[in-house]
Design a protein around this ligand. Structure first.
Ligand code: ZN
Length: 413
């Protein structure tokens, strides 16, 4: 799916505004959404049925208008063998045009994104919501900046930075008066700081949770406070899991948001890397937990969890050069599955391994790349698969430290 460019977006929006402005005198404006996979013959049947139902409409004018609208759609639909790539949308009906005057309007739209579901609606206005949803910006990121004095929360929507909230704290500076009251003073500071972080965490979580389809979150601010805050118990776990990167910025106010976006803009192009960083960050965090860790690694352990249906996410490295093979004994039929690398593969071809049971020759019956084989198994079990590149630091860690195969569990096993 490709994103609309600014011009296409503008034109599409204008067209929608025009359609939305149409008003019928009664419920006589028809909106019809046809998804790409829907058969035209099925739609025709549906419309025939609607047509016969509409002959029961009491008001003569409304009945006439509705029937002619359905006729109009059917006559246009005849020219389609199947719906276009993204489906088809019809807006047809008699809109009011001045005193007691109506005018028949017909809009046939091939939308920029696939029509999600079949819909027929007859109302006094056209139903445009599904098309408007296609216009909403898909590239949406959460941003926040934090230190002990300020917190700015923003959202990056496409190219636009919105400042959503700005909070300031009353946490006093760390320099006290010295002497006996110093320790007490420092303790008060820490209490105030804790309260400040709690307040910010609540606000940030609230704002970002209400923003569905947030692709990720970037954190900025000067000094180590932002790390302390992110690692602490202040943010909702879903929000924490969405953090892609933490970056040093000079400011924590509105200008800091721009600074943050400038610094991340290189990374914004590569969403795949962002997603990868996020899931690896989660994995690395899990793995360091002493208790209740949901991270596992190593082929055997991951395979076991996968079979059990306990694996939530499978992390598998692109750099993995291994095969899963099935060997069968020529003499007794004994079968064995094995993971081998390219070198072992070569060896095996020249020098077949011996059967554990009878000593006969084992021959290779099936062979697939391990990435492919494990991903297929994962799909069958409803496990999400993240193919991790070796480009990022996190990605190369997966291959070098964890053997290229790891996972995050749904629950402790
Ligand atoms: Zn055998």
């Amino acid at each position: 799916m490709r994103e609309l460019d600014d011009i296409e977006r503008y034109e599409f929006k204008k067209k929608l505004d025009e359609i939305k402005s149409c008003k019928g005198q009664h419920t006589e404006l028809i909106s019809l959404y046809i998804p790409p996979n829907r058969r035209i013959s099925e739609v025709m049947n549906y419309l025939r049925n609607e047509y016969s139902q509409s002959t029961n409409i009491k008001s003569k004018t409304t009945r006439k208008n509705v029937l002619s609208a359905i006729e109009s759609i059917m006559s246009r639909l005849k020219y389609f063998k199947k719906p276009p790539e993204n489906g088809l949308v019809f807006f047809v009906g008699h809109k009011t045009a001045g005193a007691n005057q109506t005018e028949m309007v017909t809009y046939v739209i091939e939308p920029p994104f696939p029509v999600p579901s079949f819909l027929y609606r007859c109302d006094s206005s056209f139903y445009t919501q599904p098309l408007e949803d296609m216009l909403t910006e898909r590239d949406v990121y959460g941003l926040f900046l934090i230190d002990r004095r300020e917190c700015t929360i923003g959202i990056l929507r496409g190219k636009r930075i919105e400042t959503i909230d700005y909070l300031t704290s009353r946490v006093p500076g760390k320099h006290g008066r010295g002497g006996q009251s110093q320790r007490r003073f420092e303790r008060l500071i820490e209490i105030a700081a804790h309260e400040w972080f709690e307040k910010c965490g609540k606000k940030i979580s609230e704002i970002f949770l209400s923003e569905k389809d947030l692709k990720g979150i970037f954190v900025g601010g000067p000094g180590p406070t932002k790390y302390y805050f992110v690692e602490g118990d202040y943010l909702h776990y879903e929000i924490k899991n969405k953090i892609i990167d933490i970056i040093d910025t000079g400011y924590t106010d509105e200008s800091g948001l721009r600074e943050l976006v400038m610094k991340i803009s290189e990374k914004m192009h590569d969403l795949k890397i962002s997603q990868e960083k996020r899931v690896m960050r989660r994995f690395l965090k899990e793995i360091t937990k002493k208790k209740k860790s949901l991270a596992i690694y190593g082929e055997d352990e991951v395979r076991r969890a996968l079979e059990m249906g306990a694996l939530d996410i499978l992390l598998i490295s692109e750099g993995l050069d291994r095969y899963r093979v099935k060997l069968v004994c020529e003499s007794c039929g004994y079968e064995e599955e094995k993971t081998i690398d390219t070198i072992e593969m070569k060896k095996m071809e020249n020098n077949p391994p011996k059967c554990k049971k009878c000593g006969g020759n084992m021959v290779m019956k099936e062979k697939s790349e391990i990435v492919e084989e494990l991903s297929k198994k994962a799909r069958e079990k409803g496990t999400k698969v993240e193919l991790i590149s070796t480009d990022s630091e996190e990605g190369s860690t997966l291959l070098s430290t964890f053997g290229g195969i790891a996972g995050i569990l749904r629950f402790e096993v």
